[in-house]
Design a binder for this molecule. Sequence first.
Ligand code: NA7
Length: 542
Amino acid sequence: LEAKHIEELDALVLGAGFSGVYQLKRLRDEGYKVKLVEAGSDYGGIWYWNRYPGARVDSHAPHYQFSDPELWQNWHWKQRFPDHKELREYFKFVAEKWDLRKDTYFDTYISSAIWDEEDGKWVITAKDGRVFKSTFFLPHTGIAASRSIPNWKGISSFKGLIVHSSYWPHDEPDLKGKKVAVIGTGSTGVQLSHAVSEVAGELVVFQRTPAMPLRMRQVNYADDEEPMPKKEMAEFFENCHDRYWGFDFELLPKNTFDDDEATRQATYEKLWENGDFTFWLGTYSDMLFSPEANHEAYKFWREKTRARLNDPRHQELLAPTNQPYPFGCKRVPLENGYFDMFNKPNVDLVDVNQTPVVEVTEKGIRTTEKEFEFDIIVLATGFDAVTGGLTTMDIRGIGGQTIKDKFQKKGPSTFCGICVAGFPNMFFSNGPQAPSAFCNGPTCSEIQGDWIVDVMNRLRKAGLNSIVADEAGEKTWTDHVEGVAHSSLLPKAKGWYMGDGIPGKPRATQMYLGGVPNYKASLGSSVSRGYKGFHFEGLKVE
Ligand code: NA7
């Protein structure tokens, strides 16, 4: 390629979700030549792609937004749990306030990023042939960039519409009176099937593992109502940055059996009534660590849930007598009608453990029991979560090693969940071995984004060209991430937190469960100890 066809940058940021948008804004403010590149056609990241009926964030307002006062002083949330449309409106507003569009390339899918050792630059190539040469490569691809689709026989023979939940058609297919299948009962399946059940003629939910959703207390705010008075917001964001899950609430400073039975039930009841994540993340401190504590929470959840289901078969499938896995060790969805919909005559539940799917036919789905006919099949079957965004690209570091090969051996290994040994000048947010989905999204986008800007500023000031994590630091962090997870009940559940469900993907802890304050301390201590855990390679002192 001739040099004129190559765009030279200080930094290429990949992915226009919270992390990428924040990174572009911060780096441009610091005077870097930076572009944001995105495969979709607009801002929003997960909210650009996930526009299926019922898609909404489970973090209650005002948590799920940036802390910049210029934004929150001028923005009004309409719902306590904003839906995908409101979230895309928010991104539009942010893009305008921060003047992002002039530095963003949409519809640009990056297929490879190769570290040029001679030049000390990343050579980044888009599918359409465009090439960027950039000192820094910041792939903020998030936890859900790569879809997981079942390898079912006959899947391409279906004559109706078959669609993964995150590729919901922009022209919004009419579901009225239609026969719809929803495969999967994760956070997506729970939201989607409830929304579909309100309009479809028939809905069949295919369940492999029951989710343990909590009641969502939705609120629609009037024009003069706010989730929180504006004068409290600055302190609120400061708190979020210093609390375990990146929200303004904390775990209770006591264990489950510190309380007597009556107090414990009253505590559960109060958390339940909040109608948000607090029954999961603001509860007794030992809930995710002690099997007995966990079972106590499960029992409460099970009885609340069973009380809403009329059919004993549904009770046993959706809220089993025997606890199937530790509560909260698969992502806990929120719902406001999911269980009630199973009492309707036009909603059916298939347990694919009892009657597995044999094949997809022209007309629908054949299980070992019978053939179901559908107009639409929705695959709410999840993602190659957390690492998929990185491993689906051809990313090559020193000596031509690839991220895919590296992560394929034993699972992700990173330094502080922000970079990888052997891959200089590459940093990512909300990726593997960081708090990521164990942290309110925007909080960690800001914490990690700020750290990355700080590194780049220090390098620039020192006249250095590149920085790379060392293997020792990476091993220490990987052992720590695994150690924290294995001190908890997390590994006892099968799911994407542990890398399960993707053929060939090694079972390993995908995210850091040690909480935001510990995470920040780890990032901070590597800096205060003179970037312990890093080498400065390919130095070019200018
Ligand atoms: P999840 O949480 O990975 O859920 C996927 C669901 O699909 C889950 O219930 C799976 O069952 C089910 N699944 C996957 N493959 C199959 C097959 N082959 N047959 C039947 N059922 C299947 O993805 P979501 O989209 O719901 O959520 C992703 C995250 O995005 C969410 O947690 C938020 O953090 C944002 P399983 O439990 O594996 O038995």
